[in-house]
Design a binder for this molecule. Structure first.
Ligand code: UT7
Length: 329
């Protein structure tokens, strides 16, 4: 049996910081409100000259270097993003050229669950012996889709990229993945304008349809129900139980969501990875960013079991149960 295992993780963040104090000067908000309601202190903002593919290529190149994989040895590149450079070509093709890869490359859009969807694709193709090495990247420049006069959304999101190399292995790394989608909740989190449904016009621009629109309360309720459920489904499929989970690595959308789902699953706070404070919500990048933080903290050990769990627009959700096979650096 060929297994799929994560053989490196990396992340890349822009240098420019947007603090809660900066936002206090832009909209009617406060550092206290943002920190207590979300756990966010600051987020990063991409340079004007950079697009999502630039962030993706930097995180991807670092992940390849850490895995010791040459660009010519990558069999496939999957970029999960909610903020592609443009409708087409795919962000993956643009990042592929920037990294000097020659493999097939494509994007997937499952919003903030995109990284988990991409990991499932990568692991499945490896387990089917179709591919040996897949580079999976989650990358976003979400600040370009924010209305900086709307305090209900502009304080939440940030830019960044995270990547993993997934490779064929004798050791079981990706143990199970459970994915889900409920299009009935599609209207809860959208960027309505600019696609085929509402091609951009001056009027739509003046209405702000190019920006993120979110029913935060409903997405919150969905998240705290969906994360525990899908985590348990994925665990059951892996043959493990909650007691086996060493680390819960949820999509970083709100620290209150992260802590609530940890409590509902009976996983203690020190085993729930919280990485939102300095990045905000980075959508598809948030899980690999949090994983890279955990790895660099030195707390993650070979043999540890991780539950990586995403949720987001679509509505989509998904959980991957992963046994960490990398030795400490
Ligand atoms: O990755 C994509 C998934 N997205 C999410 O997971 C987001 C999920 N939702 C959330 O994280 C939370 O619902 C929010 C952080 C978006 C909002 O927190 P909340 O505790 O649900 O606040 P709320 O929307 O119920 O608003 C409470 C109050 C309102 O004022 P009133 O009506 O009570 O007077 C809002 O107008 O807070 C007000 N408010 C703000 N006040 C200061 C909303 N945004 C802000 C703000 N600063 N930035």
């Amino acid at each position: 049996m060929t297994y799929a295992a994560i053989t490196s993780v990396a992340s890349w963040l822009p240098e420019r910081r947007l603090t809660n104090a900066d936002l206090e000067r832009m909209v009617d908000t406060s550092d206290e409100w943002i920190r207590t309601r979300t756990g966010i202190s600051e987020r990063r903002v991409a340079d004007d000259a950079d697009a999502t593919s630039d962030l993706a290529a930097r995180a991807g190149a670092l992940a390849l270097e850490r895995a010791g994989v040459a660009p010519g040895d990558v069999d496939m590149l999957i970029v999960a993003t909610s903020t592609p450079d443009m409708a087409f070509p795919s962000t993956a093709c643009l990042a592929q050229a920037k990294m000097g890869l020659t493999c097939p490359a494509f994007d997937i859009n499952a919003a903030c669950t995109g990284f988990i969807y991409a990991l499932e694709l990568a692991a499945s193709m490896i387990e089917a012996n179709r591919l040996t090495t897949v580079l999976v990247i989650g990358a976003e420049v979400l600040t370009r889709l924010l209305d900086f006069t709307d305090r209900t959304t502009c304080v939440l999101f940030g830019d960044g990229a995270g990547a993993v190399v997934v490779q064929a292995s004798d050791e079981a790394g990706v143990l199970s993945v459970h994915l889900g989608a409920d299009g009935g909740g599609a209207d809860l989190l959208t960027v309505p304008g600019g696609g085929s449904a509402l091609p951009m016009t001056a009027e739509l621009l003046s209405q702000g349809t190019q920006y993120i629109h979110m029913n935060g309360n409903e997405v919150y309720k969905f998240a705290v129900r969906a994360i525990p459920r899908v985590t348990k489904q994925a665990l059951a499929e892996s043959g493990l139980s909650l007691a086996d989970v060493d680390w819960l690595v949820p999509h970083q959308a709100n620290e209150r969501i992260t802590l609530t789902v940890g409590e509902r699953l009976g996983i203690s706070h020190d085993r729930v990875v919280n990485a939102i404070a300095m990045t905000g919500n980075t959508s598809t990048a948030s899980i690999p960013l949090a994983l890279d933080d955990l790895q660099r903290s030195g707390k993650l050990h070979a043999g540890d079991v991780l539950a990586l769990v995403g949720f987001g627009a679509g509505l989509t959700y998904g959980a991957a149960i992963v046994r960490w096979t990398l030795k400490e650096a």
